[in-house]
Design a protein around this ligand. Sequence first.
Ligand SMILES: [Zn+2]
Ligand SMILES: [Zn+2]
Length: 235
Amino acid sequence: MAIYYKYSGDPKLSNSYLYGDHWKNDIGYYIVQGKSQYNHIFGGETWKLPICNNCHTSYHQLFNFDLRDPKLAFISDTLYNIPLIGCLNCSESWETFYYSINNNFVITELHTNDTQHWIQNEELQIPVPLPKIQINLIKMTENDIPTDENKYYDVLNIFGKNSICRLIGAPLYLQTPIDYECPKCKKKMMYIATVCSEKKSHFIDYGLNFDIGDAYYYYMFCDNCKIVKCEMQSL
Ligand SMILES: [Zn+2]
Ligand SMILES: [Zn+2]
């Protein structure tokens, strides 16, 4: 039985999972470039990353978030860092995948469900690792929270221009709610972040845009099992 977050009812009859008053206190952070006293980074290779089962190159480290930052300390009782990863060069990250993390910066037990087996042309592949960029967390304002339909569409429009990652706070769903069930203990996972393509921004300045198409990656975490799960949704 899948667990859907803060939502009940038929998705065709209600948009309450996309926006609504129930999100009003869920203020999170946007990721922007900038120095921080914590080890928050975009790209890099802080973690020992798995090899993709489909394209046989290394996964990309998209982000590492430092859980010593008091803003994020609630995420885990025992871990000091949480990595968000994905393979940007093939279809393996288009289906839900999950992986285990630890305090040794090693990602283990990668589980994937790729059914399409598509691989990007070699000359268009995004290099591994992504350039390492220091990032900072900027607190959202109430205008960034999808408490009503107008704000929902406003936030969809600016996401990708102002930032490529929304961290904790209210999820910004493109479709139905994501499945928060932990694949191991079956309890509800914690929502961590949403990642999107950059639109006309210059988040990465190395000749390539950060591009995952018209899709969002949603990351969740189970502190009991130390598992990060990622689900993709498309526009
Ligand atoms: Zn791959
Ligand atoms: Zn679990």
